[in-house]
Design a protein around this ligand. Structure first.
Ligand SMILES: [Zn+2]
Length: 316
């Protein structure tokens, strides 16, 4: 094993880049703007320039670099040779990211994974699931991302849809449409956007119930803060949200049976007011042999993606 590796977490606005030792120490991290103009033609050249520039700055030669791992916001079908479509990267078409980036890096080893799966890999390597062979991570942000690791390997599936936890149907009767075109997806209730949408609906349906959020421009965090402070309507929303999420985790437990569930993203910072009812609801739905599976907060925050990208390179 060579001494260093780079991890990249490619997002729609910026890419996070990290220089690591192959033992997993993060030496330096920085951000590179994601240029989505002209169908993202400059995305990979800019990332290659960032890596090569850092190597020059640090006096590192290619024989000291194990490779570059990259997490991308789209479905990935194979962790080495990957045709992908990333709708939120300015119409980036199907392309073999690993081969194309490797070419720009003079033949350096490049491996690619879906960003949510890669974040889970980071958590199992150096984060809240360290030492586990299997873990399922749910990231609650604008949407709901998921990563499933079994026996140290990412489950990306036959169609790249492995880990699409946000689109598990938890409400067959929903009429509102999810971003994916279905109805009743977990993401519609448990994402930050979903919590706000559902809270607004509760306020409309209960015009006579006093609520500290009424008439304010609130975010998901405010709903959890209000519930913690004893607001009955906000508590009702948290009950519903944790019930939906607990149900989804119990469904996943019946197929993947992980050692631990991790919850990441902005909403996970709510702490006990989220995790306590979530754990209770999970237990009511879970099959008895996996009823005690812990549900923990992810610990690497925004760095999970770059850790996991390096883990792709240094091997599971
Ligand atoms: Zn959906």
């Amino acid at each position: 094993m060579k001494e260093y590796a780079f991890g990249i977490d490619l997002g729609g606005t910026t890419a996070k880049v990290g220089l690591f030792t192959t033992a997993g120490a993060l030496l330096e991290k920085w951000e590179v703007p994601t240029d989505t103009s002209e169908k993202g033609v400059r995305i990979l050249p800019n990332l290659a320039a960032a890596v090569l520039g850092k190597m020059e700055e640090k006096g590192l030669t290619p024989d000291q670099i194990e490779g570059v791992g990259i997490g991308v916001p789209g479905p990935v079908q194979d962790s080495s040779v990957v045709p992908i479509v990333c709708a939120n990267l300015g119409g980036w078409g199907q392309q073999d990211v690993a081969a194309n980036l490797s070419l720009l890096l003079n033949g350096m080893k490049v491996l690619v994974g879906n960003d949510a799966n890669v974040a889970a890999l980071g958590e199992i390597w150096m984060g809240a699931a360290k030492g586990c062979r299997s873990a399922v991570m749910v990231t609650l942000g604008t949407g709901v991302g998921g990563g499933v690791i079994v026996n140290g390997k990412v489950i990306d599936g036959a169609h790249g849809a492995g880990g699409e936890i946000g689109h598990i149907t938890v409400n067959k009767n929903e009429t509102a449409v999810c971003g994916c075109g279905k109805h009743g997806c977990l993401e519609q209730y448990s994402s930050a956007t979903g919590v706000v949408r559902c809270m607004k609906k509760l306020l409309e349906e209960n015009p006579d119930v006093p609520c500290t959020l009424r008439g304010t421009d609130f975010a998901a965090k405010d709903v959890f803060d209000a519930a913690r402070a004893g607001d009955a309507l906000a508590a009702k929303e948290v009950d519903q949200m944790t019930d939906d999420l607990g149900l989804a985790l119990a469904i996943i437990a019946a197929t993947a049976d992980p050692e631990v569930f991790l919850v990441g993203g902005g909403v996970a910072r709510a702490g006990d007011v989220l995790f306590q009812p979530l754990t209770e609801r999970y237990k009511t739905y879970a099959f008895k042999s996996c009823r005690e599976t812990p549900i923990k907060q992810a610990s690497l925050g925004n760095d999970a993606g770059i850790y996991g990208a390096v883990r792709l390179i240094v091997g599971a």
